[in-house]
Design a protein around this ligand. Structure first.
Ligand SMILES: [Zn+2]
Ligand SMILES: [Zn+2]
Length: 161
């Protein structure tokens, strides 16, 4: 099961879209459930940066495999001006932000970044194939360049296709 945890996130249409697409993509995880919205933990907020610390929010999420936080707040991590998301490699939790994905491609972009973070939870590292969803994205242009699919080599590592 994948739990979608809205974190200060109220766009039901986007959550329903993610639910539908992620349940097809990760069919062997047997379903996606949308949880009740939670407001983010105040102490994860950095007032001078006006951003939430993604690592702080990540470890605040319920430790239930797989929990994907979806937030509209801007996220940063150590040594990074911003991040689209973060995940526990081979862990249980991940988080994605729509803050820098807005525009008419928001659905595809969110699906890509959500798939990317779940890939990390399932043990995948970054991939050099620029079309692969596991390719690291520095900018929204990079996000647009990649697909929402795992390349053949990543698929083999997942061992589920
Ligand atoms: Zn990544
Ligand atoms: Zn790949």
């Amino acid at each position: 099961m994948i739990y979608l945890q809205p974190v200060g996130f109220s766009n039901i249409e986007l959550l329903e879209f993610l639910k539908e697409r992620l349940s097809e993509k990760f069919y062997w995880l047997e379903g996606v459930k949308i949880l009740e919205n939670l407001e983010p933990l105040e102490s994860c907020y950095n007032r001078s940066r006006k951003q939430f610390n993604s690592t702080c929010l990540l470890f605040w999420l319920r430790d239930v495999w797989i929990t994907l936080g979806v937030t509209s707040y801007d996220l940063y991590a150590d040594f990074m001006n911003f991040v689209f998301g973060e995940a526990e490699l081979n862990g249980s939790r991940a988080i994605v932000s729509t803050y820098r994905l807005v525009g008419n491609k928001i659905k595809e972009r969110l699906l890509k970044e959500a798939t990317h973070e779940i890939g990390h939870v399932l043990g995948l590292r970054h991939c050099k194939n620029r079309k692969c969803v596991m390719c690291f994205s520095n900018s929204v242009l990079d996000v647009d360049e990649k697909s929402d699919e795992f390349c053949e080599s990543c698929r083999k590592k997942l061992n589920k296709y």
